[in-house]
Design a protein around this ligand. Structure first.
Ligand code: PLP
Length: 380
């Protein structure tokens, strides 16, 4: 990722120094006033810019192929800065695909400030009929949350551009390595760095990447004023994650494809959701957009009752039960709640970096528990 070339490069530190300081004193009042007038490009106060954080921002911009990036305290900090920072009362946002839950919860909250929204949960490029005179932003997530459906991003951005509407895409699933939304015509990319980029389940972070001009708007309207700032300490943890991102992603991918092949052979599994499982990997929709696949996927268990999902999940020993994903450890969760009664039940797993044979053996423990019906109420 290139050696530290920021302030203090002299002694040759190979790891980026952590600038644990809230402010930066200037040699003269005149210089202070000059730098404060352009706080997005000067180190004045760490709620604005900080050298360690700026080093990470430069790397993320390079990886996504954008001119500039801004980091945030969390993915939601980044998404909130885009929605609240760039929109105004009277604007409408069109969400396409199944979207990360808190993002649409935030959109629902913004209704009270007069910002309206529509969610098209089915992946479609046919959005023309849903674009309104007041549509100011089209927000994409691909693959989508939970069901992992893939959007035709270039087709969507072509429509958006024809209408002069900005597009934002959540690229957390792919990381900046496996998918390049800016090259597909997206204006702004958002990330939760908490997942694969941080990669060790020990840091929260978010980022927005795009053109210099749009990032300036995001900086002054969405970052400075709302204050969801990434600290230098967190930035150094994300930078450490970035160094191993390519090798980790290759391994997550290798493990995930093995797990998917195994899941598809299970009589208890009626569907597996992941771009590699839902599509022929040679299909142009996939080859044109992805240079690799991450390890977050979901599958549907036959006869989806809460009791059966709990039985399966509780039998697992290696897969830990919890939210989030993208770290070393394999994780499992389900959106199913006790009062739901679907025909099949969705289980989401984050395929980790443990030996994949142990992961598969663990999932088999769950399937064996489902097959063993002792202690279950009798049918009928
Ligand atoms: C986790 C996540 C976010 C939010 O990120 P935080 O760092 O938890 O705030 C946004 N989008 C997707 C797809 C996520 O998985």
């Amino acid at each position: 990722m290139g050696a530290w070339d920021g302030p203090g490069a002299g002694p040759g530190a190979v790891a980026p120094p952590i600038y644990q300081t809230s402010l930066f004193a200037k040699p003269s009042f005149e210089e202070f006033v000059r730098q404060q007038a352009a706080e997005h490009e000067n180190f004045v106060y760490s709620r604005g810019t900080n050298p360690t954080v700026a080093f990470l921002e430069e790397r993320l911009a390079l990886l996504e192929g954008g001119e500039a990036a801004k980091c945030f305290a969390s993915g939601m900090g980044a998404i909130g800065a885009v929605l609240a920072g760039l929109l105004r009362g009277g604007d409408h946002v069109l969400f396409v695909n199944t979207i990360y839950g808190p993002t649409t919860e935030l959109a629902a909250h913004l209704e009270r400030f007069g910002i309206r929204h529509t969610v098209l949960t089915e992946p479609t490029a046919d959005i023309e009929a849903h674009i309104r005179d007041d549509t100011a932003l089209i927000y994409l997530e691909s693959p989508g949350t939970m069901l992992m459906k893939v959007l035709d991003v270039p087709a969507l951005t072509t429509v958006a551009r024809r209408h002069g509407i900005r597009t934002v895409m959540d690229n957390t699933w792919s990381t900046p390595l496996f998918q390049k939304p800016l090259a597909a015509g997206v204006d702004l990319v958002v990330h939760s760095l908490t997942k694969y980029v941080g990669g060790h389940s020990d840091v929260l972070g978010g980022a927005v990447i795009g053109s210099r001009d749009t990032l300036r708007e995001v900086f002054y309207q969405g970052h400075q004023l709302f204050g969801a700032v990434m600290s230098a300490m967190e930035a150094s943890l994300v930078l450490r994650g970035l160094r191993t991102l390519p090798v980790r992603m290759e391994e997550h991918q290798r493990n995930a494809l093995r797990v998917i092949d195994h899941l598809r052979a299970q009589p208890e599994v009626v569907a597996v959701h992941h771009p590699y499982a839902d599509h022929d990997p040679a299909e142009e929709l996939i080859t044109a957009q992805f240079s690799g696949f991450s390890g977050l996927l979901s599958f549907e268990l036959r006869d989806g009752t809460f009791a059966r999902v709990a039985r399966f999940v509780d039998a697992l020993e290696l897969f830990r039960i919890g939210p989030s994903w993208g770290g070393y450890e394999s994780l499992v969760t389900s959106p199913l709640r006790p009062t739901d009664d679907p025909a099949s039940a969705l289980v989401r797993i984050s395929v980790g970096l443990e030996d994949v044979r142990s992961q598969i053996a663990d999932l088999d423990r769950g399937f064996a528990r489902l097959a063993d019906r002792t202690g279950e109420p009798a049918d009928g």
